[in-house]
Design a protein around this ligand. Sequence first.
Ligand code: PHE
Length: 341
Amino acid sequence: MQSLQEQIKIHEQEINAFTPADAGELETYRIKYLGTKGIVKAIFGEMKHVPAEQKKEAGQLLNAFKQLAESKYEDHKHLQDGGKKTGPAIDISLPATQLPLGTRHPIRMVENEIVSIFEKIGFSVATGPEIEDDWHNFTSLNMPENHTARDMQDTFYVSQNPDWVLRTHTSSVQARILESQPLPVRVICPGRVYRNETISARAHCFFHQCEGLYVDKDVSFADLKQTLYYFVTEMFGADTKVRFRPSYFPFTEPSAEMDISCTVCGGKGCSLCKHTGWVEILGCGMVHPNMLRNFGIDPEVYTGFAFGMGVERITQIKYQVNDLRLYSQNDVRFLKQFQSI
Ligand code: PHE
C-alpha cells in the first residue's frame, strides 16, 4: 500500500510539472500515462495486490490519480488543432436563438385582474369543485327540486351519480363557504362553469365566472352598490357609468343586474352595446334569507350581498373579442395579442 501511494505521488509530481510544448509532446504524454500499456493502467493493475481492508482507500487514491492524468491531457488537447488555441467551443458573443415566449390566456389575465381589484378591499379567494352535488349547486341556493329557476340553467348531469352535476355557476362556492367558514365572510370565487348550450359565437358549453359574497352584520344594498362602483372604476375607468335593473335570482332578494355605459362607443351606440349605450356585466343582490337559514345563519342578525360576473363577458368588453369560441381554440395568433399584466 505504502509503495503504491509513493508511486502515485511521484507520478503526480511529474504530471503537475509537465507542460507540453506541442502536439507531439502531448501524444507522448498520452501514450505514457493513458495508453493501453500506460502508467494509469499499470497502477490499476497493482490493485490486486492491495490487501482487502485497504482496497477502498487505495481505490479512491487511484481514481484521483487517473482524473489528474486525464485532465492534464484534456487541458492541452487544443495543441492538436495545429498548435493554435481555438478558444471555447461556444461563441458566447453570438446573439441567442429567440425562443417564442408564451403569454397568459386572456381569460386568466382578466380573472387575475378582477380578483386583485377585490383583494384590495379585503376579499379573499375561495374555490370549490367543478363537479358539484345538487345541494351546493341548487337546493341550498333556494332552488329546491322542481323549482322553475333550475330551467334557467341547462345543466350537465354526471351519469355515474344522479346527484352530481357540472356546476352551472360559481354560486355553489357561496354555499360551500357559508357551510364551512365562520362569519363574517368576504370572498371572491373565480372558476369554470358548465351549461349545456350549443356552441356559437355567443354561447359556449363552458365559461368562467367570478362570484363575490359578503355576509356580516349590517351589510346593506348600499354596500353592494358601492363595492360594485369601486370595481367598475378600477376595471373600466372612472368615467364609466353604472346602472342597476331589477332582476330575479332565487338566491338573492332583492336582485339586480348591473349595466355599465358602453366602453367602446362611450354610450353613443355600437354593435357591442347593440346601440343601447349600455352593456350588462353582472347579476347581484342581497343574499336570500332562505339561503342563510339553510346554513344555520339567522337572517335577522346577519345580512349579505352576492354578485356574479362572467369573465368572458368582461374580457369581451375590455378587448372587444366578438366570438366566444376564440377563447378555447388555442390559436396562438389570437392568444399572443394579449399583453401579460
Ligand atoms: N349565479 C348567477 C348566474 O350564474 C349570478 C349571480 C351570482 C347572481 C350571485 C346574483 C348573485 O347567473
